[in-house]
Design a protein around this ligand. Structure first.
Ligand SMILES: Nc1ncnc2c1ncn2[C@@H]1O[C@H](COP(=O)(O)OP(=O)(O)OP(=O)(O)O)[C@@H](O)[C@H]1O
Ligand SMILES: [Mg+2]
Length: 460
């Protein structure tokens, strides 16, 4: 790897001297005469080291060091100074410079200091590489975690491999419920069969019934062919009923027969079809309280709650944030193409201090946006919603003058989110009313809400 070094000195002679010296040693070098030019170059290129003169007209070396260390946390600075101002050099070290050398300098002296700093940097990169490697030890079926509760969940999933027990996955939005459902299927003995997922909230009752049970030709106007329902389609594999809390009481009763007897009848048909699958349900509500309030049948709840898996929210497993962020960078096409491999410690600290109401999905969105804005190989800044302002619908509003800094795609995405949030607010979270208003179908609305991390309950 060829390192790129930035030399900042108002003395052209020194610039030239250092440039020749570094070029001889096969470093890439840029030189400039002051802080403003330095900033412009730093924005544009990825440097391993900045060599900064202490005394310059305008911004001095100490202020420049401070600014560099604040904005480019991983960039090292060496200060160049005359004997008379060694005190200033020491001050610069207090502000984050790695070393200083005194003018006039010996070639060897400056090369040694340079190599020392770059070696330290190489070791830090190595540590972060090893840390990434380590993450393989913490991964299971596409899920990464070093959290104890999550590891218990991985074990539960493994213990389910040899049976067809019904599983209820609960957890806040974006905690990985669907991922767990897939893991249960693909680790289990039914992995040869299909994994059929249906989002129960995306359909009004009548449609949900025909989606699930299928229909025979002529069952209703418009039923021009027979159609296999999701339940039958999942036979031999796994049926995943997502957002199970939104299933109406009468439909719960119809599903009880599937749960108890593994039998269905198609709409408009009269023969009983035997089916055979694992059933997994997921919810972000507390179903026990729904049973207590009469919104869910008790018998239905007991049938689906055979093996409960409760996913912790991300704020209860902050130790996973660096691991997840690394994983997300590795899986991000743009990050891979642009060699963005790391999140700076400063940005990680920001991420670890945020409460993550949208959990891992929200983290994914934040990382994706940060990658869009990153110019070097390190993600140094992340944009987080202000937690005190609330992250729900109230925080949504015109992004004002920052808009013009966004790529068009991101701008459109934000505008869509704002629009949908306002719409849902107006219709108090009503899916069909909002979908009708927007002239899209409920399933599309649902998919869009999910991709923006908007939750119906926040608008009720
Ligand atoms: N442990 C994990 N490791 C890596 N990625 C994860 C992990 N858990 C979740 N994700 C990612 O987070 C996102 C949300 O996961 P998923 O769709 O499974 O959540 P969910 O709980 O079903 O959300 P919702 O309630 O909104 O439907 C997905 O992109 C998923 O790949
Ligand atoms: Mg889900």
């Amino acid at each position: 790897m060829i390192h790129r070094i930035l030399v900042v000195d108002d003395d052209l002679l020194i610039c030239k001297q250092l440039e020749d010296l570094y070029r001889d040693r096969n470093y890439e070098v840029d030189t400039c005469g002051g802080a403003d030019a330095a900033m412009a170059l730093l924005e544009e290129f990825e440097y391993a080291l900045a060599v900064v003169d202490l005394k310059m007209p305008g911004t001095d070396g100490i202020s420049l060091t401070k600014e560099i260390r604040e904005r480019w946390l991983d960039l090292d600075v060496i200060i160049v100074t005359g004997y008379a101002s060694i005190k200033g050099a020491v001050e610069a070290i207090r502000h984050g410079a790695s070393d200083y050398i005194t003018k006039p300098f010996e070639r060897e002296e400056i090369l040694l200091a340079t190599e020392k700093v770059l070696e330290k940097r190489r070791l830090l990169d190595e540590i972060s590489y090893l840390r990434d490697q380590l993450s393989d030890r913490y991964s299971f079926a596409n899920m990464v975690s070093r959290n104890r509760v999550m590891h218990d969940i991985f074990e539960t999933i493994q213990s389910l491999a040899q049976n067809d027990a019904t599983v209820l996955i609960s957890g806040e939005s974006g905690t990985g419920k669907e991922l767990v459902a897939r893991a249960v299927h693909f680790q289990g003995r039914r992995r040869g069969g299909r994994f059929v997922a249906i989002n129960c909230a995306a359909f009004p009752d009548s449609l949900l019934e025909s989606e699930l049970f299928g229909f025979e030709r002529g069952a209703f106007t418009g039923a021009v062919h027979d159609r296999v329902g999701k339940i039958e389609a999942s036979s031999g594999g796994t049926l995943f009923l997502d957002e199970v809390e939104s299933i109406s009481l009468p439909m719960q009763l119809k599903l009880l027969r599937v749960l108890e007897q593994r039998e269905i009848e198609k709409l408009g048909g009269n023969k009983v079809i035997s089916v055979n699958m694992r059933i997994i349900t997921a919810t972000n509500r507390d179903l026990e309280s729904m049973v207590a309030s009469g919104e869910m049948r008790e018998d239905f709840f007991y049938r689906i709650n055979v093996v409960p898996i409760k996913l912790p929210p991300l704020r209860d497993r902050v130790e996973d944030i660096p691991l997840l962020a690394g994983e997300m960078l590795r899986n991000n096409t743009m990050a891979r193409e642009n060699n963005v491999t790391r999140v700076s410690n400063k940005a990680l600290q920001q991420l670890m201090g945020y409460p993550w109401p949208g959990n891992i999905r929200e983290l994914g969105n934040v990382i994706e946006r940060a990658v869009l804005k990153t110019t070097g190989t390190v993600v140094r800044d992340v944009d987080l919603p202000n937690p005190s302002g609330g992250v729900g619908p109230t925080a949504v509003g015109p992004a004002a003058k920052r808009d013009l800094e966004l790529p068009l795609k991101e701008y459109v995405k934000r505008a869509e989110r704002d629009y949908l949030a306002a719409l849902l607010k107006r219709h108090q979270g009503g899916i069909s009313a909002s979908a009708g208003h927007a002239m899209i179908d409920a399933a599309t609305l649902h998919r869009k809400m999910k991709s923006h991390g908007l939750k119906r309950e926040d608008f009720r």
